[in-house]
Ligand binder design. Structure first.
Ligand code: AOF
Ligand code: ZN
Length: 360
């Protein structure tokens, strides 16, 4: 009999190689902060001859790994980078010089680096040395990849994602959907991706361990504990086996935190507000934070009630569960948010739940 052969043809244009860069960059998800995730491929005669990504702040940039991988084949090749190559001496030397030294003939850039010490200077340097530079290929994809990094570069504050779970009868509840916290679950992945998670003190009593990502090899987020109204001492739940003791406690008094652990940072503020928390965390190098809104937390409701809180939150993730909740407690977002809508909605459905996310 005859058999049919299907060949999937993918046009290998600039966008194709840029998507490859983004894919490479994402291999370091959760590991690069406060630096961005960056991927780079070197292409010669339609073939990828070198590739690399930025693994971690302090380590070489994506371009350096890709050029090393390509070796002498980089000469007269085209380099694709998801972020503008840097032109400054930071923890590592400038990537523009590495590209010039390797004699690449063209550089295709996903997006300009919002970092004021780079911003377009990398592109200028390359052009001045006679390299052809194209900017803005798959730009939206590259921006989404580093939405947290970009936000902190532009505002000084971390990118904040509000997360909550809705019941069938439309209440914000405390529990999460089945599997959400396990390896591969959306909550576990979220915690791998974000630098910190805010935990209010009135939730501490209801949980046995501090939340952790269960993804293999995941970096764990800072636990940002809000001890609002706590006057003398605060009892922390156990750290889960995967957690690291990366804990920042915000208090309004000189409180004692138990159990005593090395590395706990206690920050005393005259008045705890979402903006004061975010200012501190932004300075501290955190680029992204999950504001995990659990039903029944008055502490979180108060934080979000703050008049300007709505401008401080960039994204919302809602998990909708088919269960009926009879528990008392907070069931609505603060009315101060009434003028807001969500943009660019995306959803995912499983048998157990629906996940909806959108930008504020
Ligand atoms: C690139 N390629 O892969 C990355 C870039 O302290 P450093 O030396 O690592 O510099 C950090 C800054 O460099 C960071 O804020 C951002 O502007 C840029 N990151 N640039 O060309 C990369 N990670
Ligand atoms: Zn660089």
């Amino acid at each position: 009999g005859s058999s049919m052969v299907r060949v999937r043809c993918e046009t290998r244009d600039d966008a194709f190689y840029m998507r490859k860069c983004v894919e490479l960059a994402r291999t370091a998800v959760g590991c690069t902060s406060p630096n961005p995730m960056v991927g780079c491929v070197i292409v010669k005669d339609g073939e990828i001859v070198g590739q690399g990504f930025h693994p971690k702040a302090g380590q070489p940039h994506a371009e350096v790994f890709a050029l090393k991988d390509a070796g002498s084949l980089a000469e007269n090749a085209t380099a694709y980078v998801s972020l503008e190559p840097c032109n400054h001496y930071g923890r590592t030397p400038p990537c523009t010089e590495a590209l010039i030294c390797a004699k690449v003939k063209q550089v295709v850039v996903g997006m300009v680096d919002p970092n004021p010490i780079v911003a377009s200077k990398g592109v200028e340097r390359l052009r001045d040395s006679g390299i052809k530079v194209t900017v803005g290929v798959e730009e939206m994809l590259c921006q989404k990849l580093n939405e947290a990094y970009i936000h902190r570069m532009l505002t000084g504050r971390p990118f904040v994602t509000l997360r909550y779970t809705l019941s069938f009868n439309g209440r914000i509840i405390n529990q999460l959907g089945k599997g959400a916290e396990e390896n591969g679950g959306y909550y576990s992945k979220l915690l791998r991706e974000y630098d910190g998670i805010i935990i209010p003190n009135d939730l501490l009593m209801k949980i046995s361990t501090l939340p952790a990502s269960h993804e293999t090899g995941a970096n764990q987020p800072f636990h940002i504990v809000i001890a609002k109204g706590v006057r003398s001492s605060l009892q922390l739940p156990a750290l889960s086996a995967r957690s690291k003791a990366k804990i920042i406690v915000f208090a309004e008094d000189d409180i004692k935190v138990e159990p005593e652990m090395e590395g706990i940072e206690i920050v005393v503020l005259e008045k705890i507000t979402l903006s004061s928390i975010l200012d501190y965390c932004g300075n501290r190098g955190l680029c992204s934070i999950v504001l995990d809104f659990r039903g029944g937390s008055e502490c979180l409701s108060e934080l979000l009630e703050d008049n300007i809180a709505e401008n401080l939150v960039q994204k919302a993730i809602m998990e909708i569960l088919p269960i009926w909740s009879t528990s008392e407690g907070t069931s609505q977002l603060p009315s101060a948010w009434k003028s807001l809508t969500l943009r660019n909605l995306e959803s995912r459905t499983s048998n157990e739940s629906v996940l909806v996310e959108g930008y504020i």
